[in-house]
Design a binder for this molecule. Structure first.
Ligand code: ATP
Ligand code: MG
Length: 429
């Protein structure tokens, strides 16, 4: 508000723009505020000393602000993106426009992706909508679309989806998250260009899928990805016709539908809406892959890692969940006491159980019951080892292939509450 007022005082146009206006109209709490202005980046910098230029060629300047954490009341250093009204040239690299030209507010609205994202808010002019503090400037009929819960591309959907294929994934994210119907022409354009998503940088696809799968509406989004033929290009599998064909008697498959989401992706839909703090994409991604997997595929985790540019931690956990799920499905009944306890503390066990609750509820219930029981009995599931490598070395053993065998056998004995075999028994000191 201070920034808008300061720019206006200098005689420039300046409004809140894009996602923050949409979120305020929906009664949500916007997380970041973007400002669009007629001031050029240099004029913005002269108005606010100490600002950073991010991508000068895109006309975006970051103005630092002092915000306060609403929970802890601690001051946080943040910034507001102030972007000069602009039009964009062609997207030849499919990532960002080749050039931008400074323009007016109307042209700036027209270069945005969806009508609901192309609204401006003038905070200095009182307006009639009690949800927002100010008046809305709407060049693209975005307010009506928002009221009608409709996601519609700005301008010609075919051109807009061809320009930047990532918009297809953004469409799915917004439609699922805000329960918006996708305008039929926009949905058609998404389908037409779906296979071209393969040309978008894998980092951008991975980032978008993270946001989709970490949100409680993840299963609805996954169903939309499938119906819009975006699932295979997103996951990096070959673009082929989808295995699922719309049934003409069913409601329009391009629209968010929790019932169909449960049918298509049961394990994904069965996850708790809010995952645990610090959860990564690994558990929901594993659930989705398991829902889609006809045959176990040992290369699945590695392939998905490359397709989505996963971090090491994400990729390791994805692999752990998939491996642990296979272990529980195929071997749980054959595992002894020590094997079960070891399985329960493997990385990926929680993700595997969450998926199994849907994929094989009786097995999941059995495992959970047995693990609960074992956890409450001494020595518990993962007691600190009585025999350690250091102790073996002190006893004169040399680290080698046998070393691990001795330690494993000793720990198995400990987990099963039986005395260690003579070979593994530590010497009395
Ligand atoms: P959120 O922050 O919740 O992801 P958002 O709409 O604010 O949603 P941002 O990525 O922050 O999304 O982008 C801010 C605005 O920039 C959008 O509202 C939209 O107007 C415009 N925009 C972002 N990405 C694109 C794109 N790929 N094509 C066209 N316009 C875009
Ligand atoms: Mg935003």
């Amino acid at each position: 508000m201070r920034i808008v007022a300061a720019l206006r005082k200098q005689g420039f146009e300046a409004y809140f723009a894009g996602g923050c206006v949409r979120d305020e109209l929906l009664g949500l709490h916007p997380t970041d505020f973007d400002i669009a202005t007629s001031a050029t980046p240099n004029q913005v910098r002269n108005t606010f000393p100490g600002t950073h230029h991010v991508g000068a060629s895109f006309g975006v300047v970051l103005v630092p602000i002092n915000a306060v954490n609403t929970l802890t009341k601690e001051p946080i250093k943040s910034h507001v993106e102030v972007a000069t009204f602009r039009t964009e040239g062609p997207y030849s690299d499919k990532r960002r426009p080749d050039s931008v030209h400074f323009a007016d507010a109307k042209a700036d609205a027209q270069r945005r992706d969806f009508t609901i994202n192309a609204l401006f808010l003038d905070p200095l002019k009182p307006g009639p909508n009690p949800l927002v503090d100010g008046s809305i400037i709407d060049y693209v009929n975005g307010q009506a679309d928002l009221e009608n819960r409709l996601l519609r591309a700005v301008g010609n959907p075919d051109d807009r989806l061809a320009e930047d294929h990532l918009r297809a994934l953004r469409a799915v994210r917004f439609a699922a998250r805000m329960a918006l119907a996708i305008d039929p022409a926009t949905a058609r354009a998404i389908r037409t260009h779906a296979s071209e998503l393969a040309g978008v940088s894998r980092e951008r696809i991975g980032d978008e899928l993270r946001r989709v799968l970490l949100h409680p509406t993840r299963a609805i989004a996954a169903a939309l990805l499938t119906w819009l033929h975006l699932d295979k290009p997103t996951l990096g599998t070959d673009a082929q016709p989808p295995s699922t064909t719309p049934d003409p008697d069913q409601p329009d498959p391009d629209q968010p539908d929790p019932g169909r989401a449960r049918q298509l992706s049961p394990a994904l839909a069965g996850l708790p809406p809010m995952l645990w703090p610090g959860a990564t994409i690994a558990a929901p991604l594993a659930a989705w892959l398991l829902d889609r997997q006809a045959q176990p595929d040992p290369r699945l985790a590695a392939r998905t890692r490359a397709s989505l540019c996963l971090t090491n931690d994400e990729a390791e956990m994805l692999d752990a969940v998939l491996t642990c799920t296979a272990l529980l499905q195929q071997q749980w009944e054959k595992l002894g006491l020590a094997g079960r306890k070891r399985a329960a503390v493997r990385p990926g066990f929680v993700g595997a159980i969450l998926a199994l609750r849907t994929l094989n509820p009786p097995l999941a219930a059995r495992i959970e019951g047995q693990i609960q029981h074992l956890a409450h009995q001494p020595p518990g599931l993962a007691p600190p080892p009585l025999l350690t490598g250091d102790q073996l070395i002190a006893q004169g053993h040399k680290p080698g292939p046998q070393f691990k065998q001795i330690l494993d056998a000793a720990y198995d004995a400990q987990l099963e509450g039986r005395p260690a075999t003579p070979q593994t028994k530590p010497n009395k000191i």
